[in-house]
Design a protein around this ligand. Sequence first.
Ligand code: ATP
Ligand code: MN
Length: 426
Amino acid sequence: MSAEESSKEERSGVRFDLEKETELRFEVESGEQVQLELLSGLAEVFGSELNRSKRYTFDSGCKIAVFTWQGCAVQLSGKTEVAYVSRDTPMLLYLNTHAALEQMRQQADREGERGPRVMVVGPTDVGKSTLCRILLNYAVRVGRRPTLVELDVGQGSISLPGTVGALCIERPADVEEGYSVQAPLVYHFGSTSPGTNIKLYNKITSRLAAVFNQRCEVNRRACSSGCVINPCGWVKGSGYQALVHAASAFEVDVVIVLDQERLYNELHRDLPYFVKTVTRPRRGGVVERSKDYRRESRDDKVRDYFYGFRGGLYPHAFDVRFSDVRIYKIGAPTIPDSCLPLGMSQEDNQLKLVPVTPGRDLVHHLLSVSTAEGGAGDSVIESSVAGFIVVTAVDPERQVLTVLSPAPRPLPKNILLIMDVGRVYL
Ligand code: ATP
Ligand code: MN
């Protein structure tokens, strides 16, 4: 590996000449920004092509790889934590994977069948989300409209932490901002770890799969383009069961296991024989992220939701009367079996809507605004989310909440679900 490493020194306008099939990896120093410019040749960032006439800015903590198939020259300015060139990249393997999926899509077109449904699995920090992004970008670049299914409730790329969702990809991810998210389909989970309510997690996974299937029935292009599923990196115990559940709910055709022999063997054993299970090496250069880093990036996500990427938006503040909304938490706390009402199981408990009376402890909480009407037979759990608000004050005397919302008043619907993803200070 030819690695030209630089430590924490200031880098102002350093030029890198990259040979073909190599990549420049860098990390933006905390609290800093780094600018990237393509001087000559062709290059891409996680499958999105760089534009010659543009200066790209990356924010604090970003971890980026600029890869080139043909060779290129780029310039970096600003403070990087590390910046080095590596030839040790699995991009060729990833391109082959894309080519195999593309063949499946062509076959689906010819035969009027479904395109490949792919799930990328592996432990944390092996490059799962990055591989999903590359596969989606390559697919959309050859004219497909694949669907990203985001099952990572910790760090999803299409909505806030504590949710799962699906997004039809119509253009490659923006190099700086990621996918442009206009109308994602989002479901409330409520926390950042599937283990807090595995029953609910599996339920909304199934729901997402059902809605995707409906879309495939009416949209030929979405159907033959298939989907790429990004689950979380929890691969043991119930986490493993959740993977198997997702694979069967989406009827996946291909599972790509990153960097784990054991997981590969288990899935190979437990999934139906027609599911193609392949392993791919962990992505070199993938950077481990600490708990703090993860929390910070979750906070950034929430801030971006209300204030826009780099502060392009303003949220609206207004009062909501207690009597105009119904607030719920999903899942009652587990109580000993002997205390459960007759005929009720622990599992029912996990899917129960527990009404919450607003109190001051609701301040700084994020709430999902459900699209459910709340009528009888209307499943709140299986209804998508219209958007999110954050509670900034509660006045029990006047019986009002003050909220920040991306849209002006009134709230579109009146069922609100409590998110337990950490306090939000905006
Ligand atoms: P998680 O378990 O949190 O879901 P993951 O397996 O999805 O992690 P990624 O999010 O794909 O891992 O990658 C982790 C980090 O490494 C990301 O910030 C990504 O931008 C960065 N990264 C991925 N590949 C490279 C690379 N080749 N060079 C530099 N950074 C990279
Ligand atoms: Mn990920």
